[in-house]
Write a protein that binds this ligand. Sequence first.
Ligand SMILES: Cc1cc2nc3c(=O)[nH]c(=O)nc-3n(C[C@H](O)[C@H](O)[C@H](O)COP(=O)(O)OP(=O)(O)OC[C@H]3O[C@@H](n4cnc5c(N)ncnc54)[C@H](O)[C@@H]3O)c2cc1C
Length: 376
Amino acid sequence: MTTTRFDVLIAGGGTMGTAAAWALSKRGVTVGVFEQFDHVNDLASHGGHTRIFRHAYSEGADYVPLMRRADQLWVELGELTGQEVVHRVGILEMDAPGGSHAKTARVAAQEHGIAYEWMTAGDIRKRWPAFNPPDDWEGGYSAIAGFLMVEPALRGMADLARQSGKATFFEQSPVTSYGAEGDGVWLESNGQRYEGDRLIVTGGAWSSGLLDGLSLPLTVVRKVLAWLEVKDPAPFQPDIFPVFAADTSDGEIYGFPIHGQAGLKIADHHGGTVTTPDEIDRYADSVESERVFDCLAYLLPGVTRNVLSASVCMYTRTPDEHFIIDRHPLHRQIAFACGFSGHGFKFATEIGEHLADLALKHDAVPYELFRYDRFI
Ligand SMILES: Cc1cc2nc3c(=O)[nH]c(=O)nc-3n(C[C@H](O)[C@H](O)[C@H](O)COP(=O)(O)OP(=O)(O)OC[C@H]3O[C@@H](n4cnc5c(N)ncnc54)[C@H](O)[C@@H]3O)c2cc1C
């Protein structure tokens, strides 16, 4: 068996692995990225073309500085690649009575000085006639938010990493075993052995298996994205229709303006069937549950029940829905990131930098919020 050496090895070349490779390549170290499928694929957790990014973060104000840095890097990526990675169409977040998503986003906005326009249901209906929230709803609008394009983002980061001359992406290359040896690391893929100084494990929905010694509290959930036909496409165009999230008794429904393919892209952040990445039912021809249609019937009456296309993706949830990013408790030369709980993509560029720090700098400290030992 021949052995090849890189400064840093990355197991899992999806969202976070690719971002880490870009960050590491900027620091002049050599990187080998191992991806079991094609680089950018529909089988992992980055399928479905687009991802929402938002700064006034309802999941916790601690995320806001991370989003600010991630945003700078998304813009840098777009400038360096000449690709449209960022679409700053704004986000409208709405709470039905009892809902809290928009209210907690408003708190995060206030804490961090982010402009967040608070609106009544009447204000919303007037400004965006496509929306028809009931009178007892309210919501907030952030103009700096919007959506990211998955494929240009991941391909762009990989291209820049390769162009630096530092990074090699191995596709169709499952990592079948790995370990620590002395101060270094090794892994095997396709019958070859690779060695390095550091290893980063970013296995997405496969993380429980890839990090089986850690008993990670991860739950993989099947999620469905659907593109629904609209009666008239005009009010749903990106120049006049924002991304949106609605915290309702029918679920936390979110959606995007029409872009790149026919239909309004809709999903429900809540719910989903617990599964594994190897057993998941990958076929979908409708929305996740009937309650999505129930909500759309009153909230977006211009959207029909006609499903133009649908796809299946996976959330990898932690019990508190915060990420896990840390060094391996037994081997400091191994860092890992997983459990992105359906909201990690927007932070990928920043997390790539953080993983590069954890791998290369002895004194880099894992973020408190994402430490692995909070579950021990
Ligand atoms: C339906 C849906 C909607 C979402 N919407 C948003 C959103 O609007 N905004 C947002 O910020 N986030 C969103 N997310 C979440 C975001 O997409 C994920 O958090 C993010 O993509 C996770 O990145 P990851 O690197 O952990 O996983 P992935 O991107 O899946 O990468 C993991 C990679 O590891 C590879 N791998 C696993 N095991 C091995 C092995 N043994 N050897 C080699 N390779 C291996 C896999 O093939 C995969 O490519 C959404 C997710 C889903 C499913």
